[in-house]
Design a protein around this ligand. Structure first.
Ligand code: ADP
Length: 442
């Protein structure tokens, strides 16, 4: 249809009704509706355009909505993860054996773990938000702790702090704290995180131990003093008796009286020996510092053996030494005392006319010094006891104090060495042995 060429009457084209108008006298005229048709077309086109636009926007919105939904579910997953992490963190800080405390910038509690709450004797809820210093620190310590807190907030280094906290039941608990400032995203200090260890029991045990150590030291010093006094005061009269008895033995003519003086002299000698041994043992037990040097064991053995020559001669005992050469060991000269006691025992428990053999064997890192006698031997059940103080199992008539082997053991232990005894494989008698380090043990 061409514009401007529309003809027709009412009823023929109802769509054209609006184009026909009647004149006031009833006649029907033809109206030009070209513009209207153009408008309608435009409207249609616009309508189509709008519809397309709506479709486009709807599509866009649908896409955006889809993306949003995805984002929301992603966030929900992250939130869930964060929630679980937070729960795990809380569980973790609750089970650790230390107190975890977070204070805000005003010193109020933002977080405390289960351990902290238990220590204080409250529920967590009753602690959170409370002023830490006025509620949980004993009054006399508050100022110090508040000073330390403000230094932490200023970013100053505060070394580990020790302070008491006050429990609900009025008890003090000593806590050792490690503190770090709590920073926000911009790096500004917004509080303080502290980890604290309850050291109440440790500190009281330490104090008890220290007191015990002090007591021990004092009693050790007293023991040493006592030993010195005892030795001095006992030896003095014993030496006077020795002098007089020796003088009388030389000058007296009467054999019967001389015999009595001889017995006094012998008993006095025994007394002097016991005093010396006891004092030596007491000192060894309390000696902490002992200096070591390189000593030749064979030289020491020979030196000690020479002291026994008169006795060996009197008892007609031969002393042989199989060792030759040099045997450097890391030792203190007190080791001579151990050699002396073992040779003395070997002679004491050997028969008249017996034989004693000394030897030194190479044991790799150490020397093994042996003292072999062919005397009465030692029963197996006694071997473990003879190194203990005052244990004696000798036969009738053999003098002794029961201290000699205890001294030997102590001296050898001070050298980080070993001592022992076994039966002489030749049949009768015993073999005592000492193991000593060749060089300084690392
Ligand atoms: P003491 O000889 O002064 O009694 P010791 O401590 O030196 O003290 O010896 C303890 C005991 O060990 C002795 O009484 C003795 O029974 C036993 N004993 C030590 N050395 C020997 C030895 N060479 N032979 C046999 N027994 C010994």
């Amino acid at each position: 249809m061409k514009s401007g060429q529309v003809h027709g009457t009412s009823g023929q084209n109802p769509g054209m009704n609006n184009s026909l108008k009647r004149s006031p006298d009833g006649r029907v005229g033809i109206l030009d509706i070209t513009d209207k048709i153009d408008l309608s077309d435009e409207l249609k086109a616009y309508h189509n355009h709008l519809e397309n636009l709506i479709l486009e926007r709807t599509e866009e919105l649908r896409y955006i909505n889809e993306q949003l939904q995805k984002e929301i579910s992603k966030r929900e997953r992250v939130e869930e993860l964060l929630r679980r992490e937070k729960e795990r963190f809380h569980n973790y800080i609750d089970v650790v054996g230390i107190v975890i405390l977070v204070l805000d910038i005003d010193g109020c509690v933002s977080l405390i773990n289960q351990k902290g709450a238990e220590l204080l004797g409250y529920d967590k809820g009753a602690i959170i938000g409370k002023d830490w210093f006025s509620n949980f620190i004993p009054e006399d310590e508050q100022n110090n702790i508040m000073d330390a807190f403000s230094n932490i907030l200023k970013g100053h280094f505060v070394p580990n702090l020790e302070n008491s906290i006050l429990t609900r039941f009025g008890k003090k608990k000593l806590i050792s704290w490690t503190n770090v400032p709590l920073l926000d995203e911009q790096g500004c200090v917004i509080g303080c995180i502290s980890a604290g260890e309850d050291i109440t029991d440790i500190r009281s045990s330490q104090e008890k131990l220290q007191k015990h150590a002090d007591d021990l030291k004092r009693s050790d010093e007293l023991k040493l003093l006592f030993i010195d006094i005892l030795r001095h005061d006992l030896l003095n009269p014993a030496n006077i008796i020795k002098g007089y008895s020796e003088y009388l033995l030389e000058t007296m003519g009467n054999e019967e009286e001389k015999d009595i003086v001889q017995k006094i002299h012998q008993q006095n000698e025994k007394l002097i020996k016991i005093i010396n041994s006891a004092s030596m043992f007491g000192k060894l037990e309390s000696t902490e510092m002992i200096c070591f040097e390189e000593l030749d064991l064979l030289e020491l053995l020979e030196k000690v053996s020479r002291e026994f020559l008169p006795l060996l001669e009197r008892r007609n005992i031969t002393l042989e030494c199989y060792a030759s050469g040099s045997y450097p060991a890391y030792a203190n000269p007190v080791i001579e005392e151990a050699f002396y006691n073992l040779i003395s025992n070997a002679i004491k428990f050997s028969p008249q006319g017996g034989r004693i053999v000394l030897d030194i064997m190479d044991g790799g890192q150490s020397w093994k010094v042996t003292f072999t006698d062919f005397g009465i031997g030692i029963r197996d059940e006694h071997k473990n006891f003879i190194f203990k103080r005052f244990k004696r199992f000798s036969g009738e008539g053999v003098k002794g104090s029961g201290l000699g082997l205890a001294i030997v053991k102590k001296i050898v232990e001070l050298h980080d060495g070993e001592v022992g005894v076994y039966d002489n494989p030749s049949g009768s008698g015993s073999v005592f042995w000492i193991r000593l380090n060749k060089i300084q043990p690392s």
